[in-house]
Design a protein around this ligand. Structure first.
Ligand code: AVJ
Length: 321
C-alpha cells in the first residue's frame, strides 16, 4: 500500500504499488510468450470490458444479472445479514450496488487492479449511499495480499461475480479460494459467479464478437504494455484470436503476429515470427459439481446454487466451514 487518503463524504482509496515490469518481461521473453490477464485492465481496457458486457454474444454478464433478478430474495435470505461486503474485481461497482438494498452492508470494500476507474465509480456510489462506509482498494490478486486494518473483520462476505475465478488455473483457483477463507472468520461467506461448460459456438462467439470489441480489448494490452515497459508494439501488426481449448475446458485469448517483427525496450528485444502468438488470457469454464468440490476443499461449504434455464451460468453462495 503506497497511498491512503480520506475525507468526510468521500470514499477512502488505498492504491497499489506500481505494476511489476519484471513479470511482464519474463512473459514476453518466454519461448511461448504470455502476459497475465490483469494487464488487460487499464483505463481503456476497463471501458472496453464494460462494452463487452453489453454485447449480445457475451452471455455471462446478462445471464448472471438475470439469475440475480429472478432469485434476489432467495439469495439475500440464504446470505442473511453481513457487515462487510468485499467486492473482488469491482470495476464499475454496479453488481454490488444491486445488493446494497437487500444486504445492508455497514462497510463496502471494492477491490480492483484498475484503481483509477474504480476510484471514479466508488466516489459516485458513495454519494448515492452516504451511510455505507466505503474503502476502495487497488490490489493485484495474483500477488500475495491481505486486507488492511481499515477493513472490518466481522461477517465478511466476499463477492466475486462475473466468473473472474475462471482467469486462474484450477490449482491457483484453489489457492485463491483458500486464501479468501483465511481472510474471513467462521461467520464469513462467499457469493461467486461461475461460467459453466456449454456448446462451443456459444463460447467462441462470446470471445470473438461481430463488432470486434473483444478484439480491441485484447489488442489494447499492447498499448498498456507500451506504457508500462516502453516497448514499441505496433497494434496494427497483431490480430485477435480466441479458441475453446476442450482438454483444459478453457477459452484462450491470443494475439497473433501478422508479420515478422522485433519488439524492443530498454536493452531488451523479442523477435516474433509471422503467426507467432502472445497468450493473453485463459477463461476456465466449470462443471458445477466439480466447482462445488473445489469450494469445499478450500473451506467453503453448505453451498446453495442458482442457475438460469439454459444452465449456462451459476451463482453460488457458500459459508466458511
Ligand atoms: C472478467 C475474466 C470474467 O473471462 O469472460 C471477457 C474477461 N475476456 N472477454 C471473461 C473477458 C474476454 C472475463 N472475465
Amino acid at each position: 500500500m503506497s497511498l491512503a487518503f480520506t475525507s468526510n463524504n468521500e470514499a477512502e482509496v488505498i492504491a497499489l504499488p506500481h505494476p511489476s515490469q519484471h513479470e511482464l518481461e519474463i512473459g514476453l521473453l518466454s519461448d511461448a510468450a504470455h502476459t497475465s490477464p490483469k494487464y488487460l485492465y487499464d483505463a481503456v481496457g476497463s471501458v472496453l470490458f464494460d462494452a463487452i458486457c453489453e454485447l449480445p454474444e457475451y452471455y455471462p454478464t446478462r445471464t448472471e444479472a438475470s439469475i440475480f433478478t429472478q432469485y434476489m430474495s432467495d439469495i439475500a435470505h440464504a446470505i442473511g445479514p453481513h457487515s462487510t461486503l468485499i467486492d473482488l474485481g469491482a470495476g464499475n461497482c454496479r453488481k454490488a450496488a444491486r445488493l446494497f438494498p437487500l444486504l445492508h452492508p455497514i462497510q463496502y470494500v471494492p477491490i480492483d487492479i484498475s484503481i483509477k476507474y474504480l476510484e471514479d465509480a466508488v466516489q459516485r456510489l458513495q454519494q448515492r449511499f452516504p451511510y455505507i462506509e466505503m474503502t476502495a482498494l487497488g490490489l493485484d490478486f495474483s500477488k500475495p495480499w491481505t486486507l488492511p486494518d481499515e477493513i472490518r473483520s466481522d461477517k465478511r462476505l466476499f463477492f466475486y461475480p462475473g466468473s473472474s475465478i475462471g482467469n486462474f488455473e484450477p490449482s491457483q483457483a484453489h489457492t485463491f479460494l483458500r486464501h479468501l477463507r483465511s481472510e474471513c472468520d467462521a461467520d464469513g461467506g462467499l457469493l461467486i459467479g461461475i461460467d459453466l461448460i456449454k456448446d462451443h459456438d456459444t463460447l467462441h462467439h462470446a470471445y470473438d464478437d461481430a463488432l470486434g470489441v473483444t478484439a480491441a480489448f485484447n489488442l489494447n494490452v499492447l498499448r498498456h504494455i507500451n506504457q508500462i515497459l516502453g516497448t514499441n508494439f505496433d497494434v496494427h501488426q497483431w490480430r485477435h484470436h480466441a479458441l475453446f481449448n476442450t482438454s483444459h475446458s478453457r477459452i484462450e485469448m491470443h494475439l497473433e503476429a501478422r508479420t515478422a517483427q522485433t519488439v524492443t525496450w530498454k536493452n531488451m528485444h523479442r523477435h516474433f515470427l509471422p503467426g507467432e502468438i502472445i497468450h493473453t488470457e485463459n477463461s476456465y469454464k466449470y462443471n458445477l459439481d466439480k466447482f462445488l468440490a473445489l469450494l469445499d476443499s478450500a473451506g467453503f461449504g453448505h453451498a446453495q446454487c442458482w442457475t438460469d434455464s439454459n444452465n449456462w451460468f451459476a451463482v453460488v453462495y457458500a459459508k466458511a466451514l
